[in-house]
Design a protein around this ligand. Sequence first.
Ligand SMILES: NC(=O)c1ccc[n+]([C@@H]2O[C@H](COP(=O)([O-])OP(=O)(O)OC[C@H]3O[C@@H](n4cnc5c(N)ncnc54)[C@H](OP(=O)(O)O)[C@@H]3O)[C@@H](O)[C@H]2O)c1
Length: 305
Amino acid sequence: MSMSTFRTAVVRTAAGPDSIEIIDVPLVDPGPGEARVAVAAAAINPVDLAVAGGFFHASGLINQPAHTGLGWDFAGTVAATGPGVDLAVGTRVAGLVTGFDRDFGTYAEQLVVRAADLAVVPAGLDLVAAATVPLNGLAAAQLVDLLGVAPADGNRLLVIGSAGAVGGYVAALAQDRGWQVTGLARAEDEEFVRALGADFTTDAEPGWDAVADTAVLGEGGLALVRDNGAYVGVRPNAAPNAERGITVDVVETVPDGPRLGDLLARTASGALPARVHAVVPLDQVADAHRAVAKGGVRGRFVLTP
Ligand SMILES: NC(=O)c1ccc[n+]([C@@H]2O[C@H](COP(=O)([O-])OP(=O)(O)OC[C@H]3O[C@@H](n4cnc5c(N)ncnc54)[C@H](OP(=O)(O)O)[C@@H]3O)[C@@H](O)[C@H]2O)c1
């Protein structure tokens, strides 16, 4: 069967879930170094709600003539490859597409991506679970890179929002670099946070050697860092101003196929959590966005196109 168009969810005038529509766009062949993936699963992330809500249009960071795409995470199977790509058709892969300003994203039946950004999904990990890993696993890994190896004389790291997707991964991965991790989350999240090997609090006192602010508290997160400590945030345009000798960094996640392969392997082995809240057909994307917007969801909504 040859298919000359495919379905994708976009916004024309970004105004929240009601403005999401499903359109047909032309199928594109992969160029050199690229693969076309038949998407089996695409996770819904906070950034998608912000794009659909017009936040980045209002900030001048999106300037699409016709429509703006949604979706950063995906897992699926290789449907076609361009020159120089050594991946068999049918290989199960996952990956990340970054950037707000694009005509469509991973909420789609098909996607052409750089093959170097893909990772093969290990046997034993289903594609729905795999689709929850790329954006937030890589964000956490790259955030932990910014923190670096914990100094022996000051290795107490507070992870704010440690029941969230990024925060859960940071709490787990920072321990590899010698950080002694405490997760700040809501009382009902204690079991999840402790299962990551972290200590737990609902109410942190100031004085931490480092703070990873995945709940975007901003100034409130910075206030918990000791003098000359480290703060790492997750919103490139909303970092608090440095004070008291504190190093302030913000992660800006980039695709990384090999690193993603490692995160997927650790997910398949159970060393990293894989949390799926619900699997939803692409047609119900607007309802799923509404549900995420209410807050308090643990695990991702995953769209199946
Ligand atoms: N810079 C990058 O490249 C990058 C990459 C990925 C993600 N991000 C950003 O990182 C942020 C987190 O993403 P995510 O997917 O991890 O979101 P998430 O899964 O919704 O996690 C956020 C967590 O923070 C919790 N939280 C909020 N306020 C809190 C508070 N005062 N005390 C304790 N916990 C609190 C939330 O709990 P409730 O649900 O109960 O409120 C939730 O568990 C988002 O802003 C996202 O856009 C940035």
